[in-house]
Design a protein around this ligand. Structure first.
Ligand SMILES: Nc1nc2c(c(=O)[nH]1)N[C@H]1C(S)=C(S)[C@@H](COP(=O)(O)OP(=O)(O)OC[C@H]3O[C@@H](n4cnc5c(=O)[nH]c(N)nc54)[C@H](O)[C@@H]3O)O[C@H]1N2
Ligand SMILES: Nc1nc2c(c(=O)[nH]1)N[C@H]1C(S)=C(S)[C@@H](COP(=O)(O)OP(=O)(O)OC[C@H]3O[C@@H](n4cnc5c(=O)[nH]c(N)nc54)[C@H](O)[C@@H]3O)O[C@H]1N2
Ligand code: SF4
Ligand SMILES: [Mo]
Length: 767
């Protein structure tokens, strides 16, 4: 039973403020972590910075444990406050003048020796839209390179691609959070919002209280799955087959929504005949699910009046993530359901719209679009012919570093050495390259390899806008400037561009606090008339507390909350069913690697953990990663809870502490992605990419797990145990028959009552 505590959160963090704090300076901002973008008030008191959730439509005063701990970033003793330059193999502190000279000389000499395309930019969607926009301009105009991509390639690229194909436009949820409880059936596919978008749980719980049924599709019975009327512990990557199987059954029973299909969609008949060519038996085998569970899912889907299907990264982070997502969109369209994908990063939506993507210009337009090229190059003061065409996607860009095609790399807002697949290779490539420049606020694994590290700002040190998972634009006000020695990210980007000689970056640097609004005004012009039109969204309106959604073409409108209410974004206003040829995951199990490894998140840590592992409270709550395994499998492999085991895939091996959980499929093991070094999840993942989106296969790798002999065993039998255990693992072959069926659904008392304030321990790790 989870406590009902509806009090707002208030966390006080004692700091040793380096700057004289005037009592009670405050700023209203939005959280630096997930895509909910909860509103918070930061107050600087003599004892340090405090945080309080505000009564905003998104979060209604609540903050999760990450938001509450965001203030631990202020005045942290490990904060980067000096530029560092590599000398004799070591990073040493230098003046800004020396560091900037090294940065600029490095990029210029590469331009001269190897051409403009030998430099590149790699960014992330934690940063504000102003920075995202400016980074796109920086790459194309100051560095004059086509190569810029960002961590969203590893995040939303498959879901975004699928939405564009099916609907003609990608705006994550398509509708506001307030609509969630209006649905009588909610299907969550590969999403664990109790840990990853905790405050959205309030909306899901409201729905549950009103009688909404839930289907949760996840190989683990997560805390989120406590909501479920039906939990489907799908085989890794079985989502594509499952969506097809459900649709096949629905069509066979004549339960499709014929009116909706006729009025609002195209291409249904082709999907219908394609599905006829697939047998239910072969699809069912791919799902790894019990037929009775699938039948119950069909029954729930066909009896719902207002269903909603929401997909997350468990569904789309593999080498056919676009297809899996399209298959669920087909299912949604066939029954007239709403569909959304849950964006992850703080500015995951805004970050994927305005030119940080390799093939994109601001406003969610392709860089190959002639009219867009004309508009944007005019605004930037260059000839259209000077604007580069599309560059490499994220992983391809890193591969080009490895192949010595790209020699100079500017990284801001990402930690690719930890977040990229098969990361040991990426580490070697970046270590070996000629000129790596990283702007970060804390030393990351990527920054530690750099030739120059520049100390940038944290979120609350620079005003900026973000777009949350609903498509709502919010304003984050700065609390204070960066600490002595650090600069704001915008200042750093502009200074480098100016020193590279770009006349398109003649911004006034004398008052850095004015830059964000100035750049926002330019950015709004760059999106005028585009699909993601932000022209009507000004700082003044946001400061007045207006609720604004994109597209918002002028100041007379507040934008569009329900973007597909009247029609989809294809020219005929209809959504397009997609025929999806069946393919399998890139990596298959073998005698040597009989298990399937998947990776994901803990509530207490954020992405590569560069911030959250430094929070004393969060790292105390979750100090290390575990490998999660089903007790039956563990028994066969002679693994004990809390003991070390050797995890191995075709790329790497390392030791992890075992965590037994009866809530995970017996053929699946799970590790989190938040640690670096030996326990970095991406030492184990494969480099297979989705051919359409270039998303890596983060969520499925063939693996083995073997017991590590204790010192006593080693002394007794001379290390032969390792061999014995490895052989034991090899002899295990898993089939769907091992999956426990009839996982009990939750009794109402077990459902979290509210996801509130300081009581977020209620979502503490309990897989
Ligand atoms: N606390 C916290 N919150 C975060 C983040 C964080 O790092 N920490 N990151 C943010 C970001 S950037 C993102 S993108 C989101 C991600 O948010 P989610 O998508 O919710 O996160 P994941 O844990 O990656 O994956 C969700 C679930 O997918 C399941 N899964 C794994 N493989 C499969 C599969 O083949 N099929 C299906 N159906 N399910 C599978 C996993 O068991 C897991 O429970 O979270 C955001 N919020
Ligand atoms: N195995 C596996 N790998 C994954 C995933 C998975 O589920 N499994 N998920 C993928 C997903 S969904 C994502 S989004 C990516 C994330 O991958 P990354 O982008 O590599 O992860 P972050 O931890 O967000 O890295 C952000 C870096 O920028 C810094 N930073 C944060 N804010 C700012 C800022 O305002 N200014 C500056 N200058 N620096 C800042 C942080 O300190 C940190 O070093 O990882 C992907 N990789
Ligand atoms: S749910 Fe938590 S991490 Fe996400 S924005 Fe809100 S407070 Fe921040
Ligand atoms: Mo993400």
């Amino acid at each position: 039973m989870l406590p009902d505590n509806t009090s707002p959160s208030l966390t006080k963090v004692s700091t040793t403020a380096t700057q004289a704090a005037s009592p009670d300076t405050h700023a209203d901002t939005h959280c630096c972590y997930c895509a909910m973008q909860c509103q918070m008030r930061l107050t600087e008191t003599l004892e340090g910075v405090t945080v309080q959730g505000l009564d905003h439509p998104i979060n209604k005063t609540k903050l999760c444990v990450l938001g509450q701990n965001s203030v631990s970033l202020f005045d942290h003793k490990e904060r980067l406050t000096q530029p560092l330059v590599r000398k004799n193999g070591r990073l040493v502190p230098v003046s800004w003048h020396e560091a900037m000279k090294k940065v600029v000389d490095g990029f210029k000499s590469i331009q001269k020796r190897s051409g403009n395309s030998a430099n590149a930019v790699y960014s992330g969607a934690s940063v504000s839209t102003e920075k995202a926009y400016l980074l796109g301009k920086f790459a194309r105009v100051a560095l004059k390179t086509p190569h810029i991509d960002y961590n969203g390639r590893y995040c939303m690229s498959s879901a975004a691609k699928a939405a564009i194909m099916a609907f003609g436009l990608d705006r994550g949820m398509n509708m506001p959070l307030e609509d969630i409880p209006k649905h009588d059936l909610i299907v969550l596919v590969g999403s664990n919002p109790a840990a990853t978008l905790p405050i959205i749980m309030n909306y899901l719980l409201d729905a549950k209280k009103q009688g909404t049924q839930f289907i949760v599709i996840d190989p683990r019975k997560t805390i989120t799955a406590n909501l479920a009327t039906l939990h489907l512990p799908v085989k890794l990557g079985g989502d594509l087959a499952l969506a097809n199987l459900l649709l096949k059954h629905i069509i066979a029973g004549g339960h499709q929504n014929a009116d909706y299909i006729a009025e609002r969609t195209n291409n249904f008949d082709n999907v219908k005949s394609y599905l006829k060519s697939l047998t239910a038996y072969s699809l069912s085998r791919e799902t790894g699910l019990d037929d009775t569970d699938v039948a119950q899912a069909v029954q729930l889907l066909t009896s719902a009046r207002h269903p909603l299907i929401l997909t997350g990264r468990g569904n789309d982070q593999n080498s056919r993530g676009v297809d899996s997502t399209l298959a669920f969109i087909n299912l949604a369209l066939a029954i007239g359901a709403n569909y959304g994908t849950l964006t992850g990063q703080a500015n995951g939506q805004g970050g994927r719209e305005h030119g940080m993507k390799a093939d994109q210009l601001p406003g969610y337009r392709l860089i190959s679009d002639t009219a867009a090229r004309q508009q944007v190059s005019e605004l930037w003061g260059i000839a259209e012919t000077e604007l580069p065409q599309a560059g490499y996607s994220a992983y391809e860009l890193l591969q080009a570093v490895g192949q010595k095609e790209i020699h100079g790399l500017f990284v801001l807002g990402s930690n690719p050495v930890v977040s990229s697949p098969d990361k040991d290779n990426v580490k070697a490539w970046l270590k070996d390259m000629r000129h790596l420049v990283v702007v970060d606020n804390f030393m990351s694994e990527t920054a530690s390899l750099a030739d120059v590290v520049l100390p940038g700002s944290i979120w609350a040190e620079e005003t900026g806008t973000t777009t949350n998972l609903e498509g709502r634009v919010v304003l984050r006000e700065a609390l204070k400037p960066p600490p002595q020695g650090a600069k704001t990210d915008l200042e750093i980007i502009i200074e480098i561009a100016q020193q590279l000689g770009s006349t398109a970056f003649e911004y006034d640097l004398s008052q850095p606090e004015l830059l964000p609004e100035y750049i926002n005004d330019e950015f709004r012009l760059a999106t005028k008339g585009a699909p993601a039109d932000y022209f009507g969204i000004s700082y003044a309106r946001l400061r007045q507390g207006e609720e604004l959604f994109w597209p918002c073409p002028d100041e007379s409108t507040t934008g569009v909350k329900r973007i597909f209410e009247k029609g989809f974004a294809h020219p005929d206003g209809k959504a397009k069913f997609q025929v999806i040829p069946f393919t399998t995951l890139a990596e298959t199990q073998s005698i040597e690697f009989p298990l399937q490894l998947t990776t994901g998140r803990y509530l207490q840590h954020y992405l590569t953990g560069n911030h959250t592992r430094r929070s004393p409270m969060l790292s105390k709550k979750m100090p290390e990663p575990y490998v999660e395994i089903h007790p039956d499998t563990a028994l066969k492999l002679k693994l004990t809870d809390g003991e070390l085991a050797r995890l191995k895939t075709r790329r790497a091996e390392s030791l992890f502490k075992v965590k037994l959980s009866s809530k995970i499929r017996p053929d699946v093991i799970f590790i989190p992605m938040h640690w670096e070094g030996e326990q970095g999840a991406n030492r184990f993942t494969s480099t297979a990419l989705d051919p359409q989106s270039k998303m890596p296969e983060f969520k499925a790798a063939a693996a083995s797990l073997t017991a590590v002999p204790s010192m006593d065993d080693l002394i007794e039998d001379d290390g032969m145990n390792t061999l014995t255990n490895a052989n034991r693992a090899s002899s295990m072959v898993f089939s769907s028959s091992v999956i426990p069926t009839g996982i009990p659904t939750v009794i109402p008392q077990d459902i979290p009552q509210a996801n509130t304030g300081s009581n977020l321990s209620l979502f503490s790790f309990d897989p």
